[in-house]
Design a protein around this ligand. Structure first.
Ligand code: HEM
Ligand code: HEM
Length: 217
């Protein structure tokens, strides 16, 4: 049910975020990266996000936001049933997972987007640094700091949720590698579907163009 693009998006995103946080949140031991590598990892995240936002609108069934963003009532109902081990099966994201993904996407976009306006007080200036007032730059720097910590919290929660599902018998991680999920009952959100591949090609070209432009700017 996870098409190949969602899977590639996920694992490249994980790698890029490891580099982003490693370069800023550690003392640089054992590997020391200059801030340029922090920025490059962030540019890669921006390319991934551009692809995923478009794929969430025009991609395969379980990649589409409208398919996995459920009403608050349905999300509460899902939680209630989940805690009583009576939750229905979903092939794609369950209602709570769906909202977590949306919040992560927004937080990631804010993080990588705000980075474009920053500087590091030494030599590095991001491509859009200087295009807004000093007060706005300050605000974006503060946002980059607090949202970075918020993002770390979300990632922690995400990993805990995956472990809880595993304890309850749902193996989700394998599905993010293979695209196949073993369900105990018929999924309420229907089976997976293929998307038109030329759309993926167009979105990939756009995302690659953005990353190339940022890496070389
Ligand atoms: C930097 C850390 C991570 C980030 C930012 C992240 C982000 C995401 C995002 C955005 C999705 C939604 C995928 C989509 O619909 O395109 C997702 C799904 C998923 N992630 Fe992660 N992830 C991270 C780490 C991990 C790790 C370490 C694991 C494995 C232990 C994992 C397992 C999964 C699984 C199984 C799903 C699918 C959940 C479902 O079936 O509804 N993630 N993740
Ligand atoms: C999702 C991607 C990104 C993540 C997770 C991330 C995360 C972080 C974190 C955690 C910090 C340390 C902030 C602090 O604790 O004060 C930081 C600082 C910084 N980031 Fe990012 N960042 C991302 C994208 C970017 C991008 C795209 C750029 C620029 C092109 C950028 C430029 C900077 C700069 C210049 C600093 C240093 C700010 C200072 O010295 O006050 N970041 N980032």
């Amino acid at each position: 049910m996870w098409d190949v693009w969602v899977r590639i998006f996920h694992w490249v995103l994980v790698l890029a975020l490891i580099v982003s946080f490693y370069t800023m949140k550690t003392e640089g031991y054992p590997l020391m990266f200059p801030v340029d590598w922090h920025a490059r990892a962030g540019y890669t995240v921006l390319g991934l996000l551009l692809f995923r936002w478009l794929w969430g609108l025009f991609g395969s069934r379980h990649a589409r936001f409208l398919n996995f963003l459920r009403s608050p009532l349905e999300s509460w109902r899902y939680l209630w049933l989940f805690l009583r081990n009576r939750a229905p099966s979903y092939a794609g994201h369950n209602p709570l997972g769906g909202w977590t993904v949306m919040i992560m996407m927004l937080s990631l976009t804010l993080q990588a987007g705000s980075g474009l306006f920053l500087h590091d007080d030494i030599l590095f200036e991001a491509p859009l640094y200087g295009s807004v007032s000093d007060a706005t730059t300050k605000l974006l720097t503060t946002l980059h700091h607090y949202n970075g910590n918020f993002l770390l919290g979300l990632i922690g929660l995400h990993i805990v949720a995956v472990v809880v599902h595993r304890i309850k018998g749902e193996k989700l991680v394998g599905a993010m590698f293979t695209g196949r999920k073993h369900l105990i009952s018929e999924p309420v959100d229907g089976p997976g579907s293929n998307a038109v591949q030329w759309r993926a090609a167009v979105m990939l070209v756009l995302a690659a163009a953005l990353v190339t432009w940022l890496w070389t700017s």
